[in-house]
Design a protein around this ligand. Structure first.
Ligand code: FAD
Length: 306
């Protein structure tokens, strides 16, 4: 169907490397993840000049050095409409065809400038406008625009129900699909899906899952996202006596969540890699996703010298 956008069935989220040394290890991870044939590799974004440059450099690496499709995160907080236009045009010129439209986290300083767009839905509308202006270079095709969704109430939101209305608004503004914030229990995703469908959200909602291999990471994630650590997972990670055991616990938890989400009708899987590709690869191996695992064994053999 002309203009239709297939939802990603498998995507990985990467942080742009902060220096050359980290870049080498991220590029190595990318090579290994590539062998699982993901639909997208998403690249996180932050509006500070240094972080923006790092995101753009990683996207450029993906486009020029790999066969992977980048999914460029873009945040509108603290940005002018004009600077966002320039970035979206730049993405299109680079060959990026997938954008995750986000507001971003508000500045710590309450007096800090929040930018021209208070909410992500305005960014979606801007992306659609720029897309129309570039219809010729897109050959009539469209950008795949994803958005964030929340199995737990967003920290600034008055209620979970309000978040569902916000998601509906994003759909009306032109979002093609949503990716969830991290969550730790199958019923979190199930509840989001049911509430969203009841409210009229019909876009695919992809579960965002993270294999966590340490309590420190779990707590750091909670601080970043506002999602409370699951006490059973926290206890298991704390009680484990070796890194290998913690790794196994994190992978097992992520696999169980993904299986439950697929049972609930999830149209794909987004793995937050935290740039720790080993956990994500183990999740994929255990899930035996069609099209992914067959090449994975070869990849491991090639990279491990087996
Ligand atoms: P919005 O949808 O705009 O919502 C923000 C808040 O405003 C919510 O509380 C919402 O309820 C409220 N709201 C929205 N619209 C209205 C309205 N019309 N009226 C009243 N209230 C409203 N952050 C980064 O900085 N970089 C990243 O790369 C990044 N990647 C992410 C990837 C995923 C998959 C997810 C789930 C999150 C990501 N984030 C990232 C975090 C995200 O930027 C934050 O969660 C941010 O606080 C909210 O972004 P949003 O796009 O959901 O905003």
């Amino acid at each position: 169907m002309p203009g239709s956008v297939a939802p990603p069935s498998l995507s990985y989220e990467l942080y742009p490397p902060v220096n050359r040394e980290v870049a080498e290890s991220v590029y190595h991870s990318i090579e290994q993840l590539a062998d699982t044939s993901p639909d997208y590799v998403s690249v996180t974004y932050s509006g500070t000049p240094a972080r923006r440059a790092q995101s753009l450099a990683l996207i450029e690496h993906l486009v020029t050095q790999t066969k992977l499709r980048p999914l460029a995160h873009l945040t509108c907080v603290g940005e002018s409409a004009q600077s966002l236009r320039v970035l979206i045009r730049h993405f299109i010129a680079l060959g990026v065809r997938g954008v995750l439209a986000l507001r971003g986290d508000l500045p710590q300083d309450p007096q800090g400038w929040r930018g021209e767009f208070p909410f992500a839905r305005y960014l979606i509308e801007l992306i659609r406008q720029v897309e129309d202006e570039h219809a010729a270079s897109l050959a009539g095709g469209r950008l795949g625009v994803g958005v964030a969704s929340y199995p737990h109430r967003h920290p600034e939101s008055p209620s979970f129900e309000h978040d569902i209305e916000v998601l509906l608004g994003k759909q009306r503004s032109g979002a093609d699909y949503a990716i969830t914030q991290v969550y730790f229990q199958p019923e979190d995703y199930r509840g989001l899906l049911a509430a969203a469908r009841r409210a009229g959200v019909c876009i695919p909602i992809i579960p965002g899952i993270i294999p966590l291999n340490s309590l420190r990471r779990l707590n750091r994630l909670a601080a970043l996202t506002g999602v409370q650590p699951d006490p059973i997972l926290a206890h298991a990670l704390q009680s484990a006596t070796s890194d290998a055991e913690r790794h196994r616990i994190g992978v097992r938890w992520a696999v169980d969540l993904a299986r439950a989400a697929f049972d609930d009708g999830a149209p794909g899987l987004h793995l937050y890699t935290f740039n720790d590709h080993r956990g994500s690869l183990d999740v994929i191996e255990q899930l035996q996703l069609p099209g992914a695992r067959s090449t994975l064994a070869q990849s491991w053999a090639a990279h491990s010298g087996a």
